[in-house]
Design a protein around this ligand. Structure first.
Ligand code: NAP
Ligand code: ZN
Length: 355
């Protein structure tokens, strides 16, 4: 059948690969696996650059598998399908996020929260799959993924702006929903980068009163344009006295360690500080910051496949999209430097055709 792809040569793909931690990217070629019955071959069009790619490629989280092909914000078009694929056909516009397999049997997989799979979810890159083969991510022209881990990109979303939603979008949408951001709730978003600028849009669309806490006043006008009701600079100590005891929910999207006690002091009684930012070093806090206000500290990992589809549909319906800068494959090293300097408004997206 013409839709089948059994030709070995078709599965060779150009990639951007890091040979060792912190090394510059190299353009090279790898071979994707031959299609199994439930696999989908995707021609990748755009791949977003998440700060997690940088933590991983720099070996900051430990245990990096090199050479590494990062990228878990993948948008493309189905090029071929396996014999038993039912959800997708050639030509469909699709996305892949942060993981590509899970056991499918544990209580979390069965409830659609594959990211918490007890056997261990298989990350899109920098992981070993259940056969022991390394996974390679989206800085690549092609990828082969089992259909259960592929989502559909709604017509209202262009592929370039859709790509960052596959990680930055779901990572902020999921905890905002889980902790009931909505009418009557005061929500703070800490850090206005790739994740943060989407979090503002989701929290606003869910009906919450949204406050942005960014280091300086530089991003204020854009924060308001994304739907923020209030904006404060955290480099001004007065911010922490003005906002004491104010928030039901604080979503921390910062890639570095924060003064946790200072942020806990901004929560109401029963308020929750949810961390999605994942710095390499451990955070510290004083337990009295929790006790005195029955407050909680929590964390959240991306979101399940079903919720990722819901987030894409919600984004299309509410006109939510990241603000992106599309770059060529030979600009990725420079883009990493710029993300580390917070010199990005607000997500770099690689045009994979330049590979
Ligand atoms: P990003 O675009 O670099 O944004 C991070 C923001 O944090 C910056 O824009 C900046 O905001 C603030 N920031 C940076 N350095 C800081 C410092 N030294 N002190 C205080 N604030 C600082 O990164 P991202 O792609 O949004 O990712 C953010 C974090 O989330 C990363 O650690 C990433 O690994 C993690 N992540 C976690 C998950 C998950 O599932 N939990 C998923 C994806 C990403 P201002 O300029 O506004 O202050
Ligand atoms: Zn990510």
């Amino acid at each position: 059948m013409s839709l089948m792809c059994n030709n070995h040569k078709n599965l060779m793909t150009r990639v951007l690969s890091v040979p060792s931690a912190k090394a510059p990217f190299e353009q090279t070629t790898i071979e994707r696996r031959e299609l199994r019955p439930h696999d989908v071959l995707i021609d990748i069009k755009f791949s977003g650059i998440c700060h997690s790619d940088i933590h991983s490629a720099h070996g900051e989280w430990g245990g990096g598998i090199f050479p590494m092909v990062p990228g878990h914000e993948i948008a493309g078009v189905v090029a071929a399908v396996g014999t038993e694929v039912t959800k997708f056909a050639v030509g469909d516009r699709v996305g892949i996020g942060c993981f590509v397999d899970s056991c499918g049997e544990c209580e979390y997989c069965l409830s659609g929260e594959e990211q918490y799979c007890t056997k261990g979810v298989i990350a899109t890159y920098n992981a070993l799959d259940y056969d022991g083969n390394p996974t390679y991510g989206g800085y690549s022209q092609k990828i082969v993924v089992t259909e259960g881990f592929v989502v559909r990109i709604p017509d209202g979303l262009d592929l370039d702006v859709a790509s960052p939603l596959l990680c930055a979008g779901i990572t902020t949408y999921s905890p905002l929903k889980h902790w009931n951001a909505g009418p009557g709730k005061k929500v703070a978003i800490v850090g206005m980068g790739g994740l943060g600028h989407l979090a503002i849009q989701y929290a606003h669309a869910m009906g919450a009163e949204v406050t942005v806490l960014s280091r300086s006043l530089n991003k204020k006008s854009e924060a308001l344009s994304f739907g923020a009701d209030h904006y404060f600079a955290t480099n001004d100590p007065a911010t922490f006295t003005t906002l004491a005891g104010r928030f039901d929910l604080i979503l921390n999207t910062v890639s570095a360690n924060l003064d946790v006690d200072a942020y806990l002091s901004l929560l109401r009684v029963d308020g929750t500080l949810v961390n999605v930012g994942a710095p390499a070093e451990s955070d510290q806090y004083n337990v009295f910051s929790l006790i005195m206000g029955r407050r909680s500290i929590a964390g959240s990992l991306v979101g399940g496949i079903r919720e990722t589809q819901e987030m894409l549909d919600f984004s299309a319906q509410h006109g939510i999209a990241p603000k992106i800068e599309v770059i060529r494959a030979d600009q990725v090293d420079e883009a990493y430097e710029r993300v580390l300097r917070s010199d990005v408004r607000y997500r770099f997206v690689i045009d994979v055709s330049t590979l």
